[in-house]
Design a protein around this ligand. Structure first.
Ligand SMILES: Nc1ncnc2c1ncn2[C@@H]1O[C@H](COP(=O)(O)OP(=O)(O)OP(=O)(O)O)[C@@H](O)[C@H]1O
Ligand SMILES: [Mg+2]
Length: 363
């Protein structure tokens, strides 16, 4: 075996697509993307409802049920890829930007583990610690983003994905996946200060980005489930009925005016919470520039009137994110279905662009 062969083996480009797996409390989303072309190609997309109570406290509590659902989506969409990138929910992650003395790449891991002990609210041994070098200031200091997730939480996602027959390879916190998706799809917003909001079922993840750099990320405890809860509590509906009513279906014997009133009140509550927290997040982002526009994705961004309400409260234009905007599509994908699913796929698109070593600091 020649050394040339060895070199080429090590430098072999990582071309096999990964399956991105975003396990939400409402839906499990899978996607594969071919990133070897000039424009990435969307190969496959699949979604299924999350089994009830299979996720709680940001962990997978019923891995075998989640695994069965993932397998069903893999089969239904004929997804053959095995290596998986997994989304970790923002509320499970502790993130902090820290400044440390400059060091060489080989010392970085040890130095960061040592420094991390001063910042993270758990023992360093109880968490999976990740980091990304954001900036180096000559050879004086470097700015590093610390990300810590409890081992037991990461393990619960890995177990579910492994039981589905996949090989978990990369994990990413949903905020960062969303930021990657936005960067890829909206290059023209690069010089602006923008808030990205992904309104899921149980929480909304928020990132404030400026010049392509993430200034702050956090989450707000509002999402689509509040509509269901309000219909159940105010009108005594069963959760299944409430889900149907929420997505625009009529259910016999239900007072349509009261439904509208209840949904509108929930929309106002969600928009006002997002507005309030955006103010805190913007303060924490420590920028003197105001947020110029808001981009929104997530299943609950579909709620009628929610974007308008958010625009009215914040005084800013709110755009719906088009996660597939810069992707070519493989021929067998159904455009109407993609259109229906797209708002739920923001995190998945960002996850599907990840490759081994793409965040490595090489000095
Ligand atoms: N028309 C609609 N009106 C209100 N809510 C909606 C509508 N369509 C979908 N939703 C809600 O969107 C949510 C699902 O979105 P998504 O798939 O982004 O959530 P998730 O990722 O499973 O949740 P999470 O990440 O918060 O655990 C559900 O709460 C669903 O009821
Ligand atoms: Mg989600």
């Amino acid at each position: 075996m020649s050394s040339d062969f060895l070199t080429s083996l090590f430098k072999r480009p990582d071309t096999t697509p990964f399956v991105s797996v975003d396990i939400g409390t409402s839906a499990i989303k899978l996607m594969t993307l071919d990133t070897t072309k000039e424009r990435p190609v969307l190969l496959n997309v699949g979604l299924t409802a999350t089994p009830a109570q299979a996720i709680s406290n940001n962990s997978v509590t019923r891995p075998e049920q989640i695994a069965a659902s993932i397998r069903a989506v893999l089969e239904a969409n004929d997804i053959q890829e095995k290596r998986a990138t997994i989304a970790i929910p923002g509320p499970a992650a502790f993130t902090k930007k820290i400044t440390i003395a400059y060091c060489e790449p080989r010392e970085l891991e040890t130095n960061i583990r040592f420094e991390a002990g001063n910042y993270i609210p758990h023992s360093v041994d109880a968490v999976h610690l990740d980091y990304q070098v954001l900036k180096t200031n000559g050879t004086a200091t470097m700015e590093v983003l610390l990300v810590a997730v409890k081992n037991e939480i990461i393990r619960s996602y890995i177990a579910a994905v492994e039981q589905a027959g996949l090989e978990p390879s990369i994990a990413d916190v949903d905020y960062f996946a969303l930021e990657n998706m936005f960067e890829m799809n909206y290059p023209e917003e690069k010089d602006k200060t923008v808030a990205l909001i992904n309104i899921g079922a149980r929480y909304s993840s928020v990132s404030i980005i400026q010049h392509g750099e993430s200034l702050f990320s956090g989450d707000v405890g509002v999402g689509g489930r509040l509509y269901t809860d309000a219909l159940v509590e105010t009108m005594g509906m069963k959760p299944v009925e409430a889900e149907r009513v929420k997505s625009g279906h009529t259910v016999d014997g239900v007072d349509a005016n009261l439904v509208h009133e209840t949904l509108d009140r929930t929309t106002e509550h969600i928009a006002s919470e997002l507005h309030r927290q955006l103010g805190f997040f913007w303060n924490a982002a420590a920028t003197d520039k105001g947020i110029e526009s808001i981009f929104v994705s997530g299943g609950a961004a579909r709620a009628p009137g929610l974007l308008d309400e958010l625009s009215a409260r914040t005084g800013m234009i709110c755009h719906l994110i088009e996660p597939f905007r810069s992707l070519d599509r493989s021929q067998n994908l159904d455009e109407a279905l993609l259109d229906e699913l797209k708002l739920s796929m923001g995190v998945s698109v960002g996850l599907a662009t990840r490759r081994f070593g793409d965040k490595t600091y090489a000095g």
